[in-house]
Design a protein around this ligand. Structure first.
Ligand code: HEC
Ligand code: HEC
Ligand code: HEC
Length: 424
């Protein structure tokens, strides 16, 4: 006690020291707890954001370990193979830190300084905020490490050249986090952020030049590179613009995969199943508010559309399709193409059927398909594939018929168009 008295601490002071010390250590424990909580919260937020970006969809092979990569993406420039983004040190991104990850998502640069190919849609993800990127990284860090080495890309010369990629970026890539538009509502801004950023809708819904660069971020539609699918314009009222739809109808289509006017198929069904159906009500409504604001409206003063009288040879051609329709299609899609709401899509008045590109319609008939299975539509009814039942000529007839029956108006389709629509 002597030495203590030497520093001059009285017993009263000791009591104070104990109390304050105790309080401090309690505070310390509490703040450690908040750290754990906030980390858990961040991981959960990251998991949600990764769904909004459909990261797993590309970074997983069918039946493979989630996020371990290996999925092949075909493009006119060659085949890309997605990398392993689990936290394995050797084969994944285990040695990466937040800054490395930011460089990849925001700038399209790998940890070793290599420029990444825009088959990884960082051209869209660059709009994502740093906070959201950090949360996605925290989530990826929380995943089990998977040791998996994936094959390398097989890119055709000269596209495998890094200096060419550097030039490409100078011309076509603009990095920058989304800047909210103060004149618009919070919902609209959230929708814009999700559609143009993590949702990377423009990765498909755009036309591209010969260098594979999207012409703009205006969602004006185009054929998806390396696949035979047409991603329709999200602006045009004669394609998939939703300017005239209610918010509820848009939300229903994008979160369940089907509504009474339309159904999602092919790559869009995959996006709904893997990504959009998992988003919160607020985020889905925000996406709908933004999409609705983009969609052009038809002029209400416009005179009702007149269907021109078909020339005789066209009438005969289309009549051949009517027979095929009665025999093979009518049971589900109905005598007057009316369908059955939310089970079999209507073909009458269906813009997917009448839009100028007949590609998706031909593919539906060749390969059939299912709307996505979602919590809002868990057991979707499917459509059988017809490529082995009927000839290309009959497919051409029936597609020409459904594009011109019941008040529909679309160009005729030839057997050559049918054959050209085959493949991935
Ligand atoms: C359309 C498919 C696609 C989607 C969706 C996608 N990626 Fe990728 N990602 C790729 C491809 C392809 C590469 C390889 C690019 C290269 O090697 O040049 C890649 C590369 C990466 C890399 C760099 C890895 C490395 O070793 O350099 C990271 C990190 C990454 N992706 C994370 C993500 C995250 C996070 C998401 C979701 C927000 C995501 N990816 C969504 C296709 C995709
Ligand atoms: C991987 C490519 C891809 C991505 C990414 C994608 N789409 Fe699509 N989308 C398509 C294709 C292909 C179609 C045409 C098939 C169909 O009608 O379902 C389509 C159709 C649509 C339709 C019309 C559906 C109908 O039948 O009326 C809407 C609306 C739509 N997409 C919205 C979006 C939104 C919003 C996003 C981003 C959150 C998005 N898409 C992302 C490929 C894609
Ligand atoms: C057993 C019921 C059934 C039969 C028979 C059937 N369909 Fe379908 N059809 C469906 C279903 C279900 C879908 C939605 C599929 C999807 O989302 O991929 C569909 C989708 C379509 C679509 C795409 C519509 C859109 O909005 O994207 C077209 C076009 C189509 N069918 C035409 C036909 C034609 C032509 C025939 C006859 C040759 C036919 N169907 C026979 C059930 C059927």
């Amino acid at each position: 006690m002597k030495c203590m008295n030497e520093v001059g601490i009285t017993s009263k002071q000791w009591v104070i020291i104990f109390v304050v010390g105790g309080l401090l250590s309690m505070l310390q424990m509490a703040s450690a707890q908040t750290l754990i909580d906030s980390n858990e919260e961040q991981v959960q937020r990251g998991e949600y954001l990764a769904l909004a970006g459909n990261c797993m969809g590309c970074h997983t092979t069918r039946g493979g370990e989630p996020y371990a990569g290996g999925r092949r993406l075909n493009t006119p420039f060659g085949q890309f193979v997605t990398p392993n983004i689990t936290p394995d040190n050797e084969t994944g991104i285990g040695r990466w830190n937040e800054e490395d990850f930011w460089q990849a998502l925001h700038f399209g640069k790998s940890r070793d300084g290599r420029y990444l190919y825009p088959a990884f849609p960082y051209t869209e993800y660059t709009k994502v905020t740093r906070q959201d990127a950090d949360a996605i990284f925290a989530y990826l860090r929380s995943l089990p490490s998977v040791v998996q080495t994936n094959p390398s890309h097989t890119i055709r010369s000269p596209y495998d050249n890094q200096s060419l990629l550097f030039l490409w970026r100078t011309w076509y890539f603009k990095e920058g986090v989304y800047q909210p538009d103060q004149s618009k509502s919070d919902e609209w801004n959230r929708g814009n952020y999700l559609v143009q950023g993590l949702g990377h809708c423009n990765a498909c819904h755009t036309s591209r030049n010969v260098w594979g660069a999207s012409q703009n971020d205006k969602l004006t539609g185009g054929e998806i590179m390396g696949t035979h699918w047409y991603a329709p314009s999200l602006i045009s009222p004669v394609e998939a613009g939703v300017g005239e739809w209610s918010i509820d109808d848009i939300v229903e289509l994008l979160s369940t995969g089907i509504n009474s006017h339309a159904v999602t198929s092919g790559p869009m069904a995959t996006i709904v199943r893997q990504s959009l159906q998992h988003l919160s009500d607020y985020d889905m409504r925000s996406i709908a508010v933004y999409l609705q604001s983009l969609g052009d409206k038809r002029d209400s003063d416009e005179a009702p559309r007149k269907i021109p009288k078909m020339p005789e040879h066209v009438r005969q051609y289309v009549a051949l399709g009517e027979k095929v329709y009665e025999q093979h299609c009518q049971d589900c899609h109905g005598e007057s193409g009316q369908g059955v709401p939310k089970i079999y899509p209507p073909l009458a008045g269906n813009r997917s059927v009448t839009m100028s590109s007949p590609l998706n319609t031909i593919r539906s008939v060749l390969y059939g398909g299912y709307p996505p299975a979602t919590s809002g539509n868990p057991r979707p009814h499917g459509m059988p594939p017809y490529q082995h039942f009927i000839q290309d000529t009959e497919i051409a007839w029936v597609v020409s018929y459904i594009r011109n029956a019941w008040g529909n108006l679309g160009s005729l389709v030839s057997p050559e168009d049918v054959d050209r629509s085959r493949g991935n």
